[in-house]
Design a protein around this ligand. Structure first.
Ligand SMILES: *Cc1c(COP(=O)(O)O)cnc(C)c1O
Length: 225
């Protein structure tokens, strides 16, 4: 499985310095994750709470785990002390639940707001106008257990690269307008998490600061989730 470390090194050579990589390890074994770790990768992403927690137990403690899949409010309790970032926050109610739980644990949890940028119905996230109409300065002030660090989005699953580009471009525009409107003095609001194995190059061209790639590092997934 030397391809895992080769892929990580290759990606490190071509990626601009300001773009970081979340290695998406869903469905992969802890052995595969460890190979990536040994090649220098420290940030991993899982889309399911249970899988993240059980994998985390088997792996080095300095790994930073990102939750990138839909989070149900009844799982907030389990996940809050396990993750560095929750990228998939799709309601203020959830944000508030995360903050409450974080405070109970004496923590502050970094969160990204997931935005629905694709035309597909199945994907979670805030709609554009919901981000635009909200006073995020007030939201952030009322929730001391979280830090809002940026936006996350998934483009449509399509071969039409111009459509993908348009969707990423709209996320970057939304990020900038939200930052200027609500996070002027908050340098922590700085991340645009967009780009997966099939579209990360377009995402980087359109301003991504975090790409989330699984297949590109670990190869094709057998199980599709
Ligand atoms: C699975 C997944 C990815 C990575 O997918 P690849 O195509 O394997 O790179 C990125 N983001 C989310 C939210 C995912 O669920």
């Amino acid at each position: 499985m030397t391809y895992i470390s080769d892929n990580i090194k290759k990606l490190g050579l071509i990626l601009p310095e300001n773009v970081s990589v979340v290695a998406v390890s869903k469905t992969r074994s802890s052995e595969e994750v460890l190979l990536a770790y040994k090649a220098g990768q420290r940030v991993f992403g899982e889309n399911r709470v249970q899988e993240l927690i059980s994998k985390k137990k088997l792996l080095p403690e300095d790994i930073r785990w990102h939750l990138i899949g839909h989070l149900q409010s009844n799982k907030v309790k389990q996940i809050v002390s396990e993750v560095a970032v929750i990228e998939s926050v799709d309601s203020i109610r959830l944000l508030s639940a995360i903050s409450d739980e974080a405070l109970k644990n004496g923590l502050s949890v970094d969160c990204l707001l997931q935005v629905h940028i694709s035309t597909e119905e199945t994907k979670f996230g805030f709609l554009n106008f919901e981000i635009e109409k909200e006073n995020w300065t007030a939201v952030a002030e009322s929730l001391p257990g979280i830090r809002i660090c940026g936006l996350m989005g998934m483009a449509s699953f399509t071969d039409d690269s111009e459509r993908i580009r348009t969707e990423f471009r709209s996320l970057t525009a939304l990020f900038r307008s939200t930052r200027d409107r609500c996070f002027k003095d908050k340098p922590c609001f700085r991340e645009i998490s967009m780009g997966m194995s099939g579209d990360w190059k377009i995402a980087v061209e359109e301003g991504s600061t975090i790409i989330r790639v699984g297949t590109l590092i670990f190869g094709e997934r057998i199980k599709h989730i």
